[in-house]
Design a binder for this molecule. Structure first.
Ligand code: XIL
Length: 315
């Protein structure tokens, strides 16, 4: 007790974090901070297709089972991440020579096996991840669009719904935090899916940002999506800076973290804020953005940073 999740309870907000397999298995400090602070877990890789199905026809649920079991034992929720994505595809699938009909059947059976296995245990799924192209507002020219055409999004949502009718089904993307062309396209997509009766319950805003690019129109953007009747969630928040951390970068980071949290709190249908890793010791940022780092709430020695204190203040 006493962590962020406890402070967030009265707001009916879940505070979550992405969890990496290696420290989850081996680092006691990591597990301690995880259970102390957070109420929800997103698997950083344990629920991706390449991990779950390393060979055709062969599932390996061990990592996912362990994470879901841990969450249950500690009273934490799980956000299932993610079912349909152009990345983390197993090589046998991506490089295989399948017909469109076969790929459609592979996707359907994968979604239904995965959602079905955790039916009633994983309450939220990022069914479709990053369906939009970076800035154009078009659908991303991805493996799935090429194989199945634009209907893959509605199909995936319907298949997931069949496998667990209670689960909340999300579309998740990045660069859609602000009012912009890409979020306009996402808005149009979600409005159309809802009008067509497709089961979409929520929209996830990844929110990988820098200390110099706070999402200034996030609140208005969250509101317009909420007005479509869906939940909204901050799903992958981190706030990176270039080079070594300084007092200035740390206070700048705190302002951005707190601002995102306030924007979510201002929108009643904003149900969760998930950080994409909680300690700089295991952040994906230095790998994905060389030269950048210090993006998390705790430093690489698990000491809470200014941003952590600022978030407590807001809550
Ligand atoms: C990232 C993980 O953090 C890395 O460890 C992994 O190597 C690649 O994927 N958007 C997403 C996440 O939806 O799944 C990504 O996670 C980060 C960007």
């Amino acid at each position: 007790g006493g962590g962020l999740q406890q402070l967030a309870k009265p707001w009916h907000l879940d505070i979550g974090t992405a969890v990496q397999p290696a420290p989850f298995e081996r680092d006691e400090r990591y597990r301690t901070t995880l259970t102390q602070e957070f109420g929800s877990i997103t698997a950083e890789s344990q629920l991706k297709w390449d991990v779950l199905q390393p060979a055709e026809g062969q599932f390996d649920w061990s990592g996912a089972d362990a994470l879901v079991g841990f969450a249950e034992a500690n009273g934490m929720a799980v956000r299932g991440h993610t079912l349909v994505w152009h990345m983390a595809l197993p090589a046998w699938l991506e490089k295989g020579s399948f017909s469109p009909d076969q790929l459609r059947e592979l996707l359907r059976s994968y979604i239904q096996a995965t959602v079905g296995r955790y039916r009633g245990r994983i309450g939220v799924w990022d069914v479709v991840n990053e369906p939009l192209a970076d800035a154009s507002g078009q659908l991303r020219k991805s493996f799935w669009l090429n194989a199945l055409g634009p209907g893959y999004i509605a199909d995936a949502l319907r298949w997931a719904h069949e496998a667990d009718p209670q689960a909340k089904l999300y579309i998740n993307d990045f660069g859609v935090e602000n009012l912009n062309r890409k979020s306009d396209a996402l808005y149009t997509m979600v409005a159309k899916l809802r009008a067509d009766g497709v089961p979409v319950d929520g929209v996830g805003f990844q929110t990988h940002v820098t200390i110099d690019t706070p999402p200034k129109t996030l609140r208005d953007n969250l509101r317009r999506f909420a007005d479509l009747g869906v939940e909204v969630a901050i799903t992958e928040l981190d706030v990176r800076s270039a080079g070594a951390a300084t007092d200035t970068s740390r206070s700048g980071q705190a302002v951005v973290y707190a601002g995102v949290l306030r924007d979510c709190l201002a929108v009643p249908r904003c149900v969760s804020v998930t950080v994409w890793g909680f300690t700089d010791a295991y952040s994906w940022i230095p790998h994905a953005y060389p030269g950048w780092g210090n993006a998390c709430l705790f430093d690489d020695a698990f000491r809470p940073k200014t941003a952590y204190g600022q978030i407590r203040q807001v809550l």
